[in-house]
Structure formats: C-alpha cells, structure tokens
Design a protein around this ligand. Structure first.
Ligand code: TYM
Length: 335
C-alpha cells in the first residue's frame, strides 16, 4: 500500500486554494491509504514569523485540518519541529542537492523578490527540507496543488542522486498527486496570479475562516468580464477570471467545468456569483464552525500534535538511522 505524505505551512490564513488544491484531496485519500499530514512550522520561519503568530497559526491550521475531516486517530497529524529527523535528513540532502538545481526554483525567486542576497538561507534550501519531510518516511505519494510540482520534481531528483551516489535503493520513487478542478485556484482580483496567503488584498482570496456575509461580498466583488458564461471551457484561455470562478464552482460542487457550463452556459455572472457564494458558504460554513469549536480547547489540539509526533518519530527514526549508516557515520552498535 502506498504511503501518503503532505504538508502545509502555518502562516496567515488558510484559503480556498489550500482547501480545494490540497486539504480536500487529503481527506479523500484517507479512506484507502496510510497518511501523514504535517504542519510545517520549520518551513514557515524561512520568512519572518512573529513567535506568537506562529504558535497560534500552528494550532489553527491543525484545527482546520481536523474540521475539514482529517482523522488524527487513523492517520498521523503532527507539526514538523517535533520530529528532529526532518532537519537531520535535510542536512544530508543539502549535501546531495546541487546549487544549480536550487537556482532553478521559481518559488524562491518569487518569494525572495528583488533582494535575493537578503533572503534567508533557509528560504533557499526550503526544497531540501521538503524532500526530507517526505523521504524520512519513504512516502511514495504526495498530494499537493500545482504550485508544488517543481519542488516535488527536485525531491525526486535528490532521492535518485542519493540512491545513485551511495549505490543503494534506499529511497522509493515519488509520485505527485495533483487532481481535481481546484489544483490552481487563482486570485479573485487577478486571474493571472494564484490565490495566496501573502496577497496584500484580502479580497483576492476566500479564507477558510470567512463568514457567509464576507464570502458573499468577496464573490460579488470578484473580477469578471462583461460577457455571459460560455458553453464550453475552451474559451477560458482569454477569460482567466471567468474561468477561475467556474473552476472554483466545479471543484466545490465536485463536478467538471464542462458539467457546470452545461448548466450555466449563457447565464449572466450576477446569478452565477450568487449561486457560487451559496455553494462556498455551504461547504465552508460547517468547517468553520467545527474549527471554532476545536480552537476553544488548545490543550486538546496540542495533545493531538504530540501524539502524532510520537508516531511520526517512530517511523522516521529507523529511516534516518539507515541513511546515516549508508553515508558512513559511525553509530554505536552498527557494523
Ligand atoms: P502551502 O502551505 O503553501 O500550501 C498547502 C497546500 O495548498 C496548495 N495550494 C494551492 N492549491 C491550489 N490553488 C492555490 N491557489 C493554492 N495555494 C496553495 C499547495 O500546493 C499545497 O499543497 N511547501 C509546501 C508545504 C510542504 C509540503 C512538504 C508539501 C512542506 N513539506 C512535503 C508536500 C510534501 C507549501 O508551502 O504549501
């Protein structure tokens, strides 16, 4: 059976892109697979985080995952910093990955902006820690949104080079799982940039914590064009904002864009936006309520993370031990 690993950063608000691109797929995969879901607090500090904000966001993201349907009894839910094997393996991978490979990472370029030399070293080696997250468990399948694809290709490259250099088959091949109509949810204000926690305009995204009125207001204000909805999705190349709203509707309704347009083709956007707002509120409302309920008991959330971390350590420890032996580090008791 394949082992699933995925991660999410506790920075700022979770939004509809996180939910449709990742979290909802994680919930589905739980039925047929063993899964590890990690709140990646060590990745978060590659950009500055106020300690109190990071602390609160780690609990909030954990509560959101549980509210969305992640089951911490059947699967493993934990925060990264409680499992030292991630950082240990990341160091090994820093010595396997090549500077040229990291130089190609588009997300570093985006996040570092114009002042690359002022970015943290952690931001630069972010993808090697991500590779370590997955490979510390020899996980094989990684459900993510489209934006993480390049990082996963790098993780595959690192695993292959490690296996080659040390003449071993220690690490398995990885398979990204990018599926559904919501793999790349775009900003509500600009159809050419993705919906993101770091966008300065809150109107660009629907947060998982937004109430019904806010969701309705943001969708009503979302950018579109003056034309009615088309009959088929092919025309969306020239109408990115319209295409984005239809993709969001399809993902929320668990239908294809073609099915949505079969129903809505020819309609005007005002009616469609109203239906979309109702659908989004219907999906997010119960998650929001459950999240608030869970957040009222932070000690229970910490206990979930603590238990998850213990189980994660048990799995990761022998893998890192195997890596250390392979590399040639002296270990007591090892031959
Ligand atoms: P993060 O925290 O930015 O996002 C969490 C997940 O949400 C997806 N996502 C989106 N999907 C569709 N449309 C969007 N607009 C959108 N925005 C975000 C992301 O693709 C992701 O799946 N580096 C990762 C976290 C990570 C990780 C890992 C993931 C750390 N280690 C190991 C997989 C395996 C990140 O920053 O995700």
């Amino acid at each position: 059976m394949s082992l699933i690993f995925s991660g999410i950063q506790p920075t700022g608000n979770l939004h509809l892109g996180n939910y449709l691109g990742a979290i909802r797929n994680w919930v589905r995969l739980q039925d047929d697979h063993d899964c590890l879901f990690c709140v990646v607090d060590m990745h978060a500090i590659t950009l500055w985080q106020e300690p109190a904000d990071l602390h609160r966001a780690t609990r909030e993201v954990t509560a959101a995952l549980m509210a969305a349907g992640i089951d911490p009894e059947k699967h493993i839910l934990f925060n990264q910093s409680q499992v030292p094997q991630h950082a240990e393996l990341a160091w090994i991978f820093n010595c396997v990955a090549r500077v040229g490979w990291l130089n190609r990472m588009t997300q570093f370029k985006e996040k570092a902006g114009k002042h690359k030399e002022k970015a943290s070293v952690g931001l630069y080696v972010y993808p090697t820690l991500m590779a370590a997250d997955i490979l510390a468990y020899k996980a094989t399948h990684v459900p993510v949104g489209e934006d993480q694809k390049q990082h996963l290709e790098l993780a595959q490259q690192i695993a292959a080079k490690f296996n080659h250099d040390y003449d071993t088959d220690l690490f398995p091949e990885l398979e990204p799982l990018i599926f559904g109509e919501g793999t790349r949810v775009m900003s509500l204000r600009d159809g050419s940039s993705k919906m993101s926690k770091s966008d300065t305009s809150d109107y660009s995204r629907i947060n998982m914590t937004d109430d019904v009125d806010t969701i309705t207001h943001k969708i009503r204000k979302a950018r579109t064009d003056p034309h009615p909805l088309p009959d088929n999705p092919e025309v969306f190349d020239d109408r990115p904002e319209a295409g984005n709203l239809v993709a969001i509707y399809a993902a929320l309704a668990e239908r294809t864009r073609a099915e949505v347009l079969a129903e809505w083709g020819g309609a005007n956007f005002a009616d469609f936006k109203q239906a979309l707002a109702e659908l989004a509120a219907e999906v997010l409302g119960p998650i929001n309520a459950e999240m608030n309920r869970l957040m009222a008991d932070p000690a229970a959330i910490d206990a979930v993370l603590g238990r998850g971390a213990r189980r994660a350590r048990e799995l990761a420890e022998p893998v890192v031990e195997e890596v250390y032996n392979t590399v040639g580090f002296v270990r007591p008791g090892a031959s």
